[in-house]
Ligand binder design. Structure first.
Ligand SMILES: [Zn+2]
Length: 393
């Protein structure tokens, strides 16, 4: 296949990923190519088994019903893996981009590089076995990673650092399959654009309230990357004068008072100082409490855990007020692990976001909790991978 044909095929296949079955005129208007070109590409894609024709679909108007085309679900599969700091979240998509399997296990990111690569190999074999497919049937594997990551060039400077930072090349050699990497929060925001609350939304901010605190900026329906691809480091805006030292080297970052990391530290500090909480029932004193323990306790009504979450939600709200003033978003979508206890967060977060932002900019903002749960990052990076490799199988 020549380059021009490949790029036209990719564009047509990509435009069909979010839209189900379409007629040739519908595809033509969505990609802006001429009817003869679209017809030719569609015929080739049907021949190659990537599209299927649906004939005999009845339409009310007289005459022969138009032929509809849709992605052939069995033409290939994509794995998406979010390497989170609290958990590892995996999905498998079929060629029509429907999620056919999900799998979650504890985080592997605190291990050394070699152990993480070994765990990744194990995870992939597990997923292939569970779904009943082989590596040859994969379009590729998408891996979402926190820290300083450039998805386009395939480099990661925080986790899984390898020689020349070229993590993508290293992963492809090691795993024996095509790979696409992406930053964790950008993957989550893409998950929301294609599968969640940001579908058909023009201006939105996705907030990952997890171990860290980052945002995905959606402008005119597209994810905004910034000049180097690093836009969205919301957790490191300075919010507390002379506050605690952040791991980034600055003092008083929002992340030092409102993030999974900060909440966990606060809980551990206060419990060591003698605070009482249900959390202690399931933990030995020497054991460190993790974010999941805190969320569980809050969901069981533990006052200590709830008060700490409310306090953190207040500061997140002040941070969000700054975002509202800067971006005038239509939607604010809150996801990430901590959003599992949204009922204890949302009120103080929203009140503070509204109180500290300008009324003309905040009056129409819709606050939403992501309903993709912990799948958004894996879904987003899987979709990126499908887009990149949909013609390559
Ligand atoms: Zn910081």
């Amino acid at each position: 296949m020549d380059e021009k044909f490949l790029s036209r095929s990719r564009e047509i296949l990509t435009s069909m990923m979010d839209r189900g079955a379409l007629t040739i005129p519908e595809i033509t208007s969505s990609v802006g190519m001429s009817l003869p070109i679209v017809t030719e590409v569609i015929n080739q894609l049907v021949k190659a088994g990537k599209l299927v024709e649906l004939t005999g679909v009845e339409k009310p108007q007289a005459g022969r019903p138009p032929t509809l085309y849709k992605l052939n679900a069995e033409a290939g599969y994509t794995i998406g893996i979010e390497l989170g700091r609290i958990s590892s979240n995996c999905v498998v998509l079929d060629y029509s981009q429907k999620m056919i399997f999900e799998y979650h296990r504890k985080s592997i990111l605190s291990k050394d590089n070699e152990s993480i690569f070994l765990e990744l190999e194990k995870l992939i074999n597990h997923l292939l076995k569970e779904v009943g497919i082989t590596k040859k049937q994969l379009l590729g594997i998408g891996i979402s990673i926190p820290g300083i990551v450039q998805g386009e060039t395939g480099t990661s400077q925080t986790y899984l650092k390898v020689e020349n930072n070229l993590l993508l090349d290293h992963l492809e050699k090691r795993l024996g399959v095509r790979v696409r990497i992406e930053h964790d929060v950008k993957s989550m925001a893409l998950g929301e654009i294609h599968y969640g609350a940001a579908q058909n939304v023009n201006n939105a901010l996705y907030i990952n309230y997890g171990w860290g605190l980052g945002i995905g900026i959606i402008m005119n329906g597209q994810l905004y990357y910034g000049n180097e691809g690093f836009a969205g480091e919301f957790g490191h805006i300075p919010l507390v004068p002379n506050g605690e030292l952040c791991y980034c080297g600055k003092q008083g970052c929002l992340e030092t008072i409102s993030s999974g990391r900060a909440i966990t530290k606060l809980v551990n500090d206060r419990l060591s100082a003698g605070a009482s909480s249900m959390i202690l029932k399931s933990k030995k004193m020497a054991e460190k409490v993790d974010p999941i323990d805190i969320l569980k306790a809050a969901n069981q009504g533990d006052q200590f855990a709830i008060e700490i979450l409310e306090e953190a939600g207040k500061y997140l709200g002040i941070g969000i007020a700054i975002l509202i003033n800067l971006f005038n978003p239509g939607h604010i979508i809150i996801g990430g692990t901590i959003s599992q206890v949204a009922s204890y967060l949302l009120d103080s977060l929203k009140n503070n976001a509204m109180k500290h932002s300008i009324v003309q900019l905040n009056k129409n903002v819709i606050f939403e909790i992501s309903d993709l749960k912990n799948n958004s990052g894996a879904l987003g990076v899987a979709r990126l991978t499908s887009i990149k490799y949909c013609c390559d199988i």
